[in-house]
Ligand binder design. Structure first.
Ligand code: DX5
Ligand code: ZN
Length: 218
C-alpha cells in the first residue's frame, strides 16, 4: 500500500555477518531507504563502519542510501560518502562550525543534505538552516548506539521543526532516529515526522514486511 511515510532501515541493527542478505531482506520487506550510520569514536563514543562497507551495501541497494554522519568536521568526508553511493547525507550541527559550507558541499556532490540535532540540542540551533536542507533529523536517542529507549521529550522538537517546514514552499523531510518501533512510530508520525529510521525493531522482527507496515501506520 502507498504511504507518504518513509521507513529507513538502520543497518547498524542487522546481522552484519550477512550484510548483503540483510539488505535484501529489508528491501523485499518494503523499506524505502537504507540508513547507514557512520561513527568516528570522537563525535560519539563508538566506531561503526565507513566507505568500504558502504560500497558493499551499494552493490545490493535498490533503494536510496541515507547516510548519517556522526563524525567531527563532516566536510572532510562528504565527497567520499557521496561517491560511495549516498543519496542523502546528514551531518550534526554539533560537529561543525561551517554548516552552510557542509550543506553546499553535499549538494554539489549530487546528494540531498540533511542536518541533525542530538536530543539535548535546541531547534533554535538549526532554525535558520532549515530552508537550505532537504531533511532535518531529530535524534530520539543519544547518537552512538542502537537498541536504546526512545526519549519522549524529543517529540516537541519534531513538532517545532514541522511548524517551520510547513511554512516553506519546498519539501523538507523530518526524520527521527532511535528507539523507533510500532508504538513510538505512531507518536512520531503524529508529531509530524515522515522518515522513520528503525534498526533493532525492524531487523529483530520475524515478519519484517508487517513491521514496516506498522511503522507506516498501515
Ligand atoms: C544511533 C543510530 C541509529 C540506530 C537506531 O546512533 O543513529 O540509527 O542504529 O537503532 P535502533 O532502531 O536500534 O534504536
Ligand atoms: Zn542513525
Amino acid at each position: 500500500m502507498k504511504s507518504d511515510i518513509l521507513v529507513s532501515a538502520s543497518l547498524l541493527g542487522c546481522d552484519l555477518s550477512n550484510l548483503g542478505k540483510e539488505v535484501n531482506r529489508a528491501q523485499d520487506s518494503g523499506v524505502d531507504w537504507l540508513h547507514f550510520d557512520v561513527m568516528d569514536g570522537t563525535f560519539v563514543p563508538n566506531i561503526s563502519f565507513g566507505q568500504p562497507v558502504l560500497e558493499a551495501v551499494k552493490k545490493h541497494a535498490k533503494v536510496p542510501i541515507d547516510t548519517h554522519l556522526m563524525i567531527k568536521d563532516p566536510i572532510r568526508y562528504v565527497e567520499e560518502f557521496a561517491k560511495a553511493g549516498s543519496k542523502v547525507i546528514t551531518f550534526h550541527i554539533e560537529a561543525t562550525r561551517e554548516p552552510l559550507m557542509v550543506i553546499d558541499r553535499i549538494r554539489s556532490c549530487g546528494a540531498m543534505p540533511g542536518i541533525s540535532v542530538k536530543p539535548g540540542t535546541p531547534v533554535g540551533m538549526i532554525k535558520d538552516l532549515v530552508p537550505y536542507v532537504d531533511l532535518v533529523l531529530i535524534m530520539t536517542v543519544e547518537p552512538g548506539f542502537g537498541g536504546q529507549g526512545f526519549i519522549h521529550e524529543t517529540l516537541k522538537k519534531v513538532s517545532m521543526v514541522r511548524a517551520l517546514t510547513d511554512k516553506l514552499d519546498k519539501k523538507v523531510h523530518i526524520e527521527v532516529d532511535g528507539g523507533i518501533n510500532d508504538k513510538t512510530a505512531a507518536e512520531c508520525r503524529k508529531a509530524g515526522a515522515d522518515v522513520l529510521v528503525s534498526g533493532t525493531y525492524l531487523f529483530g522482527s520475524g515478519d519484517m514486511a508487517r513491521s514496516v507496515g506498522l511503522i507506516k501506520g498501515l
